[in-house]
Design a protein around this ligand. Structure first.
Ligand code: ZN
Length: 143
């Protein structure tokens, strides 16, 4: 019979193992990033909701979690779990764009670089100055 349990499963990274399960699914990092940018004020001052823990009055925006009491929320903001979340948010959420860039699937960039420059320099002033420009760029022969 093989091993029933992976070793070293008792480490302190509680938020990591909790993020992987679906029973108490919290918001993902990109959703929280959106909350912080757009609706932080609204989430910190929510109307009383009997269905939410602590009537929805003690909410940690960064973690997307409700707490029963103000004391619990304050303890949480000092906790390792919360600080790790702040660090993760600082690094930024993993986005679809980033995954596509990693897989080389981003939109192809076929723009010819420098074409505008050449057109601007030679297109308006005509052929004469074009030859002049080439003469300047080529190494000048000794007279
Ligand atoms: Zn938190």
């Amino acid at each position: 019979m093989g091993r029933l349990r992976r070793s070293r499963t008792h480490h302190a990274r509680r938020d990591v193992s909790r993020a992987a399960r679906t029973r108490v699914r919290t918001k993902d990092l990109d959703q929280i990033q959106h909350d912080i940018d757009h609706s932080r004020k609204k989430l910190e001052k929510q109307p009383i909701d009997e269905d939410k823990p602590g009537l929805g009055q003690h909410y940690c925006v960064e973690c997307g979690k409700y707490y029963e009491t103000d004391a619990a929320l304050r303890t949480h903001t000092k906790s390792k779990v919360h600080k790790r979340r702040l660090k993760d948010l600082k690094e930024g959420a993993y986005t679809v764009e980033e995954s596509q860039r990693a897989a080389g699937m981003s939109a192809p960039d076929n723009r010819q670089r420098g074409v505008e420059d050449v057109v601007r320099r030679f297109g308006e002033t005509g052929v004469a100055s074009k030859e002049e420009a080439f003469a300047h760029s080529a190494p000048a022969p000794k007279a």
